[in-house]
Design a protein around this ligand. Structure first.
Ligand code: AMO
Length: 427
């Protein structure tokens, strides 16, 4: 029966069978050494000249998938690798069965440029570094779900096929629907998560989001995963920020990487940020270099990798954003910046039906197209708000990866759907 490589340490002197990949093969005189790996780790194997497996061993190359039988031996004192997994044992191989041969484009883990890495993802994703990145991503998503559930939010499945863009500004991909109709891929679950406040009060979702980002940057994808939530009966946007902060703390805790997160994340109004940075207060948003600069300030002054920026101008935000009565012209909305990059947008929403209809018109949109959404408000909606955090952006910043594509399993952008759009591969 197969046992995992991670369990070998407790099997000294026993005969075992493991299954996995060959990471490295080394020939030393008449002996052959291997590093075998499976999902639990790696171990060194040695095939002695007299082993019945020696002929097969000579045939086995890197990345072959093998089933290996052998005895777990203590390593000679001089060969012990202190601190390394299985550093004090090795597997004396008595049998190897090749389950799959492999032909590799280059050695796994070699430094290749990003395009080559992405072109070969079915292979390159197996490297130690990539596996760690996506394990972290797995922990983030699980942490988000647990953080939400622990605050009494219920998960719902947001639709990917929608009638139009919910954000009033994001470029939506068209889909040929039945009977010559046009549908779109969702640019946000915004309208649906608000509708779900009427159902669950507190709802969250982790949908795929599609945006026609016709520019090539290190922070934009055409398809990304969004960690969305929405909650009813709030006092204002600060309740949303508190729920988000609580969940992020849990995520940071789970991931276990060093992150500067003080007891309270600094909060500044957009105009305060602009004043600090010497930028005109009439600018409606922050440029990437300003996001970086204010994050540097937060780290220096508050020992925080995070900073909330609130009160974006009414006209810069989508039609559903709540205006602050105490600060007319500005909204009860926020962005959360993390290590120089916006990772979250959120805020309080308008819950008054008439105000919402008049805003839709004012934003140059057609209220008839929003009648389905508007029914939620017509039929009674509490004060509410929520936010959305980009999974890949958070992963990239947590791991200090310069390009979001390194934190995306199968990135889609202007020039890439796997290798489908590569110019040299076109028919
Ligand atoms: P927004 O459009 O700011 O807000 O998106 C929210 C977060 O999603 C991530 N994000 C992206 N990640 C990768 N590639 C992209 N092209 C991309 N676009 C956005 C970012 C961003 O902060 N409905 C509102 C949210 C809300 O108010 O609840 C919205 O979609 O991390």
């Amino acid at each position: 029966m197969r046992i995992l490589i991670g369990e070998l340490a407790g099997k000294k002197g026993e005969g075992v069978m493991i299954q996995g990949w060959v990471s490295v093969r080394r020939d030393q005189g008449k002996m052959v050494f291997f590093d075998f790996r499976d999902r639990s780790g790696s171990v060194q194997g040695v095939v002695l000249p007299a082993s019945p497996a020696i002929e097969t061993a000579k045939d086995v190359r890197n990345e072959y998938v093998v089933s290996v039988e052998g005895t777990v031996n203590a390593r000679p004192e001089k060969n012990i690798k202190a601190g390394a997994q299985n550093g004090d044992i090795e597997l004396e191989v008595t049998g190897i069965e090749i389950l799959s041969r492999a032909e590799i484009p280059f050695e796994l883990g070699s430094e290749v440029n990003l395009d080559t890495y992405l072109d070969h993802q079915p292979f390159t994703l197996r490297s130690e570094k990539s596996r760690q990145i996506f394990k972290v991503q797995n922990a983030i998503l699980q942490g988000f779900r647990d953080g939400m559930q622990s605050q009494d939010f219920a998960e719902f499945q947001a639709p990917a096929l929608v009638g139009g863009d919910a954000e009033g500004g994001a470029a939506a991909f068209k889909v040929d629907y039945y009977y010559d109709q046009t549908a779109y891929l969702a640019t946000s679950p915004q309208l649906y998560k608000q509708i779900m406040v009427g159902v669950f009060e507190r709802a969250y979702a982790t949908p795929k989001i599609f945006r026609g980002e016709k520019h090539s940057t290190s922070r934009h994808l055409s398809e990304y995963t969004s960690m969305d939530f929405e909650m009813g009966f709030i006092k204002d946007h600060t309740d949303v920020m508190a729920a988000l902060e609580k969940t992020l703390r849990l995520i940071v805790d789970r991931v276990g990487l060093p992150v500067a997160m003080p007891d309270s994340i600094p909060v500044l109004k957009l105009r305060e940020v602009q004043k600090k940075l010497g930028v005109s207060e009439t600018e409606p948003d922050l440029e990437p270099e300003h996001e970086r600069a204010i994050c540097e300030w937060a780290l220096k002054e508050h020992n925080s990798d995070f900073v909330f920026v609130t009160h974006y101008p009414v006209k810069k935000r989508p039609f559903y954003t709540y205006e602050d009565e105490a600060d007319p012209g500005y909204t009860k909305s926020f962005d959360l910046l993390f290590r120089g990059l916006e990772i979250t947008t959120g805020g309080q929403r308008i819950h008054d039906y008439d105000k919402l209809v008049s805003n839709i018109k004012e934003w140059g949109l057609d209220p008839n197209k929003f009648s389905f959404y508007l029914e939620a408000f017509k039929t009674g909606m509490p004060p509410h708000g929520g936010s959305a955090t980009g999974l890949e952006r958070l992963t990239a910043r947590l791991l200090n990866l310069p390009n979001i594509k390194e934190a995306t399993l199968f990135p889609r952008d202007l020039n890439r759907i796997d290798t489908l759009l590569s110019t040299d591969k076109k028919e």
